[in-house]
Every structure is written in C-alpha cells, then in structure tokens.
Design a protein around this ligand. Structure first.
Ligand SMILES: [Zn+2]
Length: 136
C-alpha cells in the first residue's frame, strides 16, 4: 500500500530535487563532450578558427554551457534532445506521476489536480510503497 511520507522527508526530497535541477555538472560535461567532438573532428570548419585561440574556446564553452544550463532549468531538458516544438517543450508536466490522496490511485496529473473520485492529487514522490505485512 502507499504511505505518505512525513513532512521532514518531503522537505528533504524537495531540496534534493532542487539541487539536482540546478546542478551545473551535467550541462558542463555535455558541453565539454560536444566541444571535444567538434575539436577532434575539426567540423564544422569555423571550429578551427575557434580552437586556434584558447580564449575563443572558453567563450564558446561559456555560450554553449549557458544555453544548456538555462534550457535545463526553464524547459526541464537540454535543447539538444527532442524536438523543441509544441507541447513537447513542457513534457515533464503531463507525464508527472501523481497519486490520489483519497483512493491512492497512481495516475497522470489532471488540469484540476483532482482524481475522478474527487480526491486531491499529490506528487507521487511524496509517497512511498510499503509491502503489506512489513508495514511499519
Ligand atoms: Zn482518487
């Protein structure tokens, strides 16, 4: 059965999610990887001009890194992946897993944040699954 986590636990989870969201490391690694590939392949041709000067490479790194990083924060993913069109821009919203606080049915979020049973939907990660029998 589903058991709602206590408030302390939820606060801790939300903090961890926030830290993960604003973690610049994936964007930095992605940028470094991308620039390495461009530098090694020497393609597209203007890349040669950029990598001739370390300062230009650093500026390019900052530009690419900033776009990846901001894209991750505002859109929820890196632009590089998936088409940047239509509703796909905000995919995290519709696929977010929710749970009804009354009937405890796991489901996708609705416009009204209400379950068909009338209960209010909550973030699934605020709950945890406990096997019947070994429940605390
Ligand atoms: Zn319900």
């Amino acid at each position: 059965m589903w058991v709602r986590r206590n408030e302390d636990e939820i606060v801790r989870i939300e903090r961890a999610r926030r830290i993960r969201k604003f973690n610049p490391l994936p964007a930095a690694l992605l940028t470094i990887g991308l620039l390495l590939v461009v530098a090694v392949l020497g393609w597209p041709p203007p890349a040669r001009i950029v990598f001739d000067r370390p300062t230009r490479a650093i500026i390019l790194f900052l530009i690419v890194f900033t776009s990846f990083y901001l894209s991750k924060i505002f859109i929820g993913r890196y632009w590089l992946f998936g088409p940047p069109s239509g509703e796909a821009v905000f995919p995290t919203h519709s696929v977010r897993n929710m749970i009804c606080s009354r009937c405890q049915t796991v489901q996708a979020d609705t416009e009204s944040h209400l379950c068909p049973c009338g209960g209010e939907l909550e973030e699934l990660h605020h709950w945890r699954w406990v096997d019947d029998g070994i429940a605390e």
